[in-house]
Design a protein around this ligand. Sequence first.
Ligand code: FAD
Length: 290
Amino acid sequence: MKASAFAYARATSVENALELLADQGDRAKVLSGGQSLMPAMNLRLISPELVVDIGGLAELRGIAVKEGILTIGALTRHVDLLKSTEIAVHAPLLADAVTHVAHPAIRNRGTIGGSLAHADPASELPACMIALAATIIVRGPGGERRIAAKEFFTGIYATAMSPQELLVAVELPVAPKGSTHFFHEFARRHGDYAIVGLAAQAVIIDGRFADLRLGFFAVGDRPLLAGAAGKLVNVAITPAVLSVALSALADELDPQEDHQATPAMRRHLAKVLLTRCVAALLCRPELDAG
Ligand code: FAD
C-alpha cells in the first residue's frame, strides 16, 4: 500500500517547523527518521495532510556533557548513540539498550526524538528514559517545556506533547559514580519489539541497593517505573525480600494481550526479569535459581 496524498514541507529551523505546525491541529505530522511514521502512513493507519520534515535541522543533532548533565538532541540517531563515547561512559544503560532497537538499517535512520515521540510501549528507549530519570524538552507556540520522562508517556502512542510541539532534546543526569545497570528483553528474534523488557540502573553499597530504578516495557500502555524497587532498597536481599518485591511488581503490571503473549505470560516474564536483574546486579546467582 502507499500513503494517501499529503503536502510536504522541509523546515529550515525549529521556529519555522513550529510555524508550519501551528493551526494544523492534528492534521500535520513531524518527520524525523521516518522509520515509524512512513510505515504507518503507507499502511494508512494515519493519513496526515501535511508532513513537516525536520531531518535537516543540525541544531537538533548531537550529544554533549556539561556539569553532570548529558544532553542529547532529538535528531540524534540510534547509530550515533551506539557509537558515542559520551553515552558509553555516562549512560551505559542506553548504550546497551540501543543494540536491541530494530536492525542496523533502521538504527541508521531512526532518532531518539522520533522513538520517544512515537511512544510505543514496547520500545526500549522510553523505558531507559524513565529508569535514567530523564527530562524531555519540548518547544511549542508557548515556548519551552521540560517534562519528567515519568510524566511524558501517557498511553499507547500517546505523550504529554501537543501536536503543535516539537521534541527538541532530552537531558539525563550522568550515571552516578559506582552505578551499575541491567538491560534485558525477551523477544522472538533479536531486533524485534520486546515481549517484555527491563532497563535498570542501580547504586550498590556494601552489597545492598542504595538506589534502584526499574524501567519495565511492554507490560502496559506505557513504560513503568516500578515502585517495587522500593522493597529492595536499603535491605539485605533474601529470597523472602525478593518475593515481597515480586508480589509488589505483579500488582503494578497491567499487561496487554497481543499476538506475542497473553497478560499472564507477560506477568510471568516481568517477574523473571526482576529476579534476574537483582541476581545479576548483586552477583548472587542463587537468587535466580528458580
Ligand atoms: P519518525 O518515524 O520520523 O516519527 C515517529 C513519530 O514521532 C511520528 O508520529 C512523528 O510525527 C513523531 N515525531 C518524530 N520526531 C518528532 C519530534 N522531534 N517531535 C515531535 N514529534 C516527533 N523501535 C524500537 O524502539 N524497538 C524496536 O525493536 C524497533 N523495531 C523496529 C523494526 C522495524 C522493522 C521498524 C520499521 C521500526 C522499528 N522500530 C523499533 C522503530 C524505530 O526505532 C524508529 O526509528 C523510531 O520508533 C522512530 O524514530 P524516527 O526518527 O524514525 O521517527
